[in-house]
Design a protein around this ligand. Structure first.
Ligand code: ARG
Length: 398
């Protein structure tokens, strides 16, 4: 046996051809690794396709719980949405896949690992920066970036060498999906003015026929733990909510996004559970976090999302931000009630033992305990700087 390379294998065209290419062009034996992060594809079939494409060994790792508990849970606690919109679907899975690549490479004594990303995307950055942090001694190969073949040439290269390709029904899209959502690019959507064709939807394609229109989500220290009072592992909870919210066609995001490599790209996402859980979580924070902490957490959450988007999951700043987020999340325990309607959802109720909402402070009724007399002095001092400025410089022109 020659030198080994462990390839992150999705089962698609590029990684199937990469098995052969790494053998022929680089003289390496390929171990194919497919990580189950809830992409809901037949991964045993993918494993067989890897072997049929020439891999010397192929394995599938079920990492759904690790993905939910170690990655999705952190994203929820951070309120993570890149550029205030994208819930980091693909960005979250890459560091986990990198961890497994390192584990399998060490177990097999492989010299190198490989991924199937192109040179234009964020995912190459996430894989390679994660791998640099976890195993700086490993060589990383990026066949799809190096081979310079377009789609037709790739298919031709594979066909000519008997690579097991999926039935080539013309799918013009580049899709990445996992438990936290689904990303769809390319095809007609490369024109940012063109609406997404109706066949791009999967997670939100269903119809809510006999599904409930209200759900109560329970959180403990910032992490969702129950639906309608039933305690659930996070992976199960997210999966159920994907079905429920997806059936109401909730969770579609259509945006132009700034990639790390400098390209603006049009991205269409479906993330039903993610958008609902992130909104519910923020609403529970609104109830339980003191104002200064809440505001700082919003700023740092955006920073966290950018870091993770940029591939810096394994980095000193990310670890330090996690420590802040863990501390801030301690009081975020309670329940949020969400209502659904076609293409819409909203939070209509929230409660928590640690709630900072004080009825006697908030009410305008006779129970009011707010010290009204304190307000006049407070407002006068708060505005004192502006008042002094206006007196010296003349009133500010509107
Ligand atoms: N733009 C998103 C990101 O960078 C999604 C990438 C999806 N990858 C894909 N092969 N379609 O996280």
């Amino acid at each position: 046996m020659g030198d080994l390379v462990v390839l992150a294998y999705s089962g698609g065209l590029d990684t199937s051809v990469a098995v052969k290419w790494l053998q022929e062009e680089r003289g390496l034996d390929v171990v194919a690794l497919t990580v189950d992060v809830g992409q809901q594809e037949d991964l045993e079939e993918a494993r067989e396709r890897a072997l049929a494409s020439g891999a010397v060994h192929a394995e599938v790792v079920d990492a759904r719980d690790a993905f939910a508990d170690g990655f999705i849970a952190r994203a929820i606690k951070a309120d993570a949405r890149y550029e205030n919109r994208y819930p980091l679907v693909s960005s979250l899975s890459r560091p986990l896949i990198a961890q497994h690549l390192v584990e399998v490479a060490r177990r097999h004594g492989a010299r190198a690992v490989a991924h199937g990303c192109t040179g234009k995307g964020n995912d190459q950055v996430r894989f390679e920066v994660s791998l640099a942090a976890l195993a700086p001694e490993l060589e990383v190969l990026a066949p799809v970036r190096d081979w310079g073949m377009d789609r037709e040439a790739t298919i031709e290269y594979g066909r000519a060498r008997g690579v097991a390709l999926t039935q080539s029904k013309e799918n013009p899209y580049s899709i990445d999906q996992n438990l936290w959502g689904r990303a769809v690019e390319c095809g007609e959507m490369e024109d940012p003015w063109a609406g997404p064709p109706s066949d791009v939807w999967a997670y939100t394609a269903g119809r809510a026929e006999s599904l409930p229109d209200v759900v109560v989500i329970g959180f403990e220290a910032g992490v969702p733990t129950s639906l309608d009072g039933e305690q659930l592992p996070l992976a199960v909870l997210v999966d159920r909510l994907n079905h429920l919210a997806g059936s109401w066609q909730v969770g579609r995001i259509d945006m132009v996004e700034n990639r790390r490599v400098g390209i603006k790209s049009r991205e269409v996402y479906e993330a039903p559970a993610a958008v609902v859980l992130l909104e519910a979580h923020r609403q529970l924070e609104d109830l339980t976090l003191e104002r200064e902490l809440a505001h700082t957490k919003i700023e740092l959450g955006l920073r966290w999302a950018t870091l993770v988007y940029d591939g810096l999951w394994f980095s000193p700043l990310k670890r330090a931000l996690d420590a802040f987020i863990d501390e801030a999340s301690r009081p975020v325990t309670g329940e949020v009630r969400v209502r659904f309607a076609p293409n819409a959802f909203w939070v209509e109720g929230r409660r928590a033992p640690t709630s900072l909402y004080d009825f006697e402070l908030a009410t305008y009724a006779h129970e009011d305990r707010f010290r009204h007399a304190d307000a006049a002095g407070f407002v006068r001092l708060f505005g004192l700087g502006v008042r002094t400025w206006a007196l010296r410089q003349g009133p500010v022109r509107p």
